[in-house]
Design a protein around this ligand. Structure first.
Ligand SMILES: Nc1ncnc2c1ncn2[C@@H]1O[C@H](COP(=O)(O)OP(=O)(O)OP(=O)(O)O)[C@@H](O)[C@H]1O
Ligand SMILES: O=C(CO)[C@H](O)[C@H](O)COP(=O)(O)O
Length: 406
């Protein structure tokens, strides 16, 4: 559904856009200038008075990011926002415990806000937050749909500090809406609203290593309590979260390295970027030669590697019955500035200039995963989302022109 505004004079129209944003030309391109409205006759006159009707035709592009808690969603979101420039912040003057992050281009909402049961409610009913019965999918669907159509919503807030549901916050439709959390692809109605979907698939061994690192070192939890919490969530994770990966357009799979036999430490990682073929506006990245099967050890004169080295592989595979391309990196970089060597062998990166991937990685070298495939592939997916967004908005801008020519 398009949200339309009638402007009776050109001045009226120009006033409405000139002060609002420096990127008004871009906004204009996304609007459909229609016709002389039949409702704009001057009183007593049979002549139609020319006017402008502009309609924003559901400008918001919606991205879904699914993963279990503590699997790197926030880190991914920071990399994505950075690709668009500018920092993401919680809504100004709002609830300090808001889970929302807003930047110029993106608004990231956390689907934990659609928990229908608070912490006590879940305890009383004996359900986890991963259980669909603890979440309001009707409201999630209605609100994501409204935002996609260009309408603001009053979204609830789940407060992770208190475990309570706080009063709602106003969310205005952004250019790109990212819905991140446990269930972005669980409900078919919500899934159908997604323009692109990503699943962060962290293997149990690695999840455990990351949890220990964060919850023991930073949050003072005991090893036993971390193990117990992972075990308690596992049945619901397997039933409701993990199956969503079959619907994802891109999956980042994180596994223990195969370069050190029997390694379970979770420090050196084997990371696979699984990219679905045939997705509109998404062209998978490839190594050397599109569609071929390649194995590459880039260590040598141009790339410094210490033990156990780095190995890339690339090739076609089948994933849940879908044709996919898989780019894999096992090992970690010693020197991020040398990443340009690897970048120059990858194609279809959707970068705007030579070396953009390396630049992004260097900019956020302190983020977890910057020296391995998690950071590299998250950055690449960020560039792909920017490209997808640009293609969708361009297609929308040219569609009415094409229609008017017909
Ligand atoms: N690529 C990575 N490499 C190593 N450790 C990582 C990586 N990504 C995340 N981690 C670890 O996992 C922790 C959680 O990461 P992050 O906050 O991005 O996850 P999250 O999914 O947003 O978590 P939550 O949902 O619990 O807020 C980090 O503090 C870090 O210890
Ligand atoms: O799986 C989760 C997603 O982040 C959380 O455990 C869930 O949202 C419940 O939060 P809390 O543990 O703070 O009550």
């Amino acid at each position: 559904m398009a949200a339309c505004t009638v402007y009776t004079t050109t001045t009226h129209f120009l006033n409405s856009i000139s002060s609002s944003s420096p990127s008004w030309r871009a906004q204009l391109k996304q609007h459909v200038v229609l016709y002389s409205s039949p409702n704009s006759r001057k009183s007593g006159s049979s002549r139609r008075r020319p006017c402008l009707v502009t309609c924003s035709v559901g400008d918001t592009v919606v991205i879904g990011l699914a993963a279990d808690s503590g699997c790197g969603k926030s880190t991914f979101m920071r990399r994505l926002t950075s690709v668009f420039g500018g920092a993401a912040e919680p809504p100004r003057g709002g609830n300090p415990d808001s889970n929302t992050l807003i930047s110029d281009t993106t608004t990231v909402i956390c689907l934990d806000d659609y928990h229908s049961l608070d912490r006590t409610g879940r305890k009383e009913k004996g359900v986890t937050a991963l259980d669909p019965r603890a979440n309001d999918f009707d409201l999630m669907y209605e609100q994501v749909k409204a935002l996609k159509e260009g309408k603001a919503v009053d979204k609830p807030i789940y407060n992770h500090v208190t475990g309570l549901l706080d009063p709602p916050e106003l969310i205005k439709p952004p250019k790109i809406l990212v819905i991140e959390g446990l269930h972005p692809m669980f409900d078919q109605r919500v899934r159908d609203l997604l323009d692109f979907s990503i699943y962060l698939d962290i293997s149990n061994e690695v999840k455990f290593a990351w949890k220990i690192q964060r919850d023991m070192a930073e949050r003072g939890h005991s090893l036993e309590s971390i193990k117990a919490s992972i075990e308690a969530r596992k049945p619901d994770f397997d039933a409701y979260i993990d199956p969503q990966k079959q619907y994802a357009d891109a999956v980042i799979e994180v596994l223990p390295t195969q370069l050190i036999p029997g390694d379970n430490e979770g420090k050196i990682l084997r990371v696979r970027l699984i990219m679905k073929e045939g997705v509109k506006y998404f062209n998978p990245v490839y190594l050397f030669d599109e569609g071929s099967t390649v194995s590459w050890i880039p260590c040598g004169r141009k790339l410094t590697c210490s033990y156990p080295g780095i190995k890339f592989t690339y090739g076609p595979e089948t994933y849940f019955g879908h044709e996919v391309s898989v780019l894999e990196m096992d090992g970690q970089f010693d020197r991020l500035d040398e990443l340009i060597y690897v970048e120059s062998h990858l194609s279809n990166l959707s970068s705007k200039f030579y070396g953009e991937v390396t630049q992004q990685m260097l900019k956020h070298s302190e983020f977890p995963g910057s020296s391995n495939g998690t950071g590299l592939f998250q950055t690449i997916v960020g560039l792909k989302i920017r490209d997808l967004y640009e293609q969708i908005t361009e297609a929308k801008a040219s569609a009415p022109l094409q229609a008017s020519k017909a």
